[in-house]
Design a protein around this ligand. Sequence first.
Ligand SMILES: Cc1cc2nc3c(=O)[nH]c(=O)nc-3n(C[C@H](O)[C@H](O)[C@H](O)COP(=O)(O)O)c2cc1C
Length: 145
Amino acid sequence: MTKILIAYESRKGETTAIATYLAEGARMAGAQVDLKNIKEIKNESELSGYDALVLGSPTYHADMMNGMKTFLFLAEKADLAGKTGGAFGAYGWSGESIDRIYDTMKNILQMTMVTEPLRLKSSKAGGGISMAQDYGKLIVEKANS
Ligand SMILES: Cc1cc2nc3c(=O)[nH]c(=O)nc-3n(C[C@H](O)[C@H](O)[C@H](O)COP(=O)(O)O)c2cc1C
């Protein structure tokens, strides 16, 4: 069975909600999903054994949260090259963190990324729930291809 890790950071809960719907979509597509706040992950060995990794952080002050920066250094120590990747996050108006996470996964971790990151202002508006679920399904399709 395809195994996916969704790891996120959130201050006010929007990115947590998006992560939850993304996990729902990936499970609907038949994957086994671990959904974790990055605070729970202490060692790079906890990133092994997955077919895909999806990372999320909201944008504050045009940047990702500090925990996600530290997490990306941890991920650099895990051998993730060639694994499927995706990135997401809640944002207010500019959403820099989402593209930075996506670009780091692509250029430093050498992951095989889905075409685009998932940028959502909120899961509650504008079809956000189904967009997050669809992103989860897309990750599974890419990991299976
Ligand atoms: C002090 C502060 C700074 C923010 N800076 C940005 C920003 O630079 N760009 C942006 O797109 N959103 C910014 N936001 C909006 C947050 O990204 C948005 O509220 C998001 O939903 C928070 O996600 P979370 O609930 O997962 O923490 C900022 C919010 C606050 C309170």
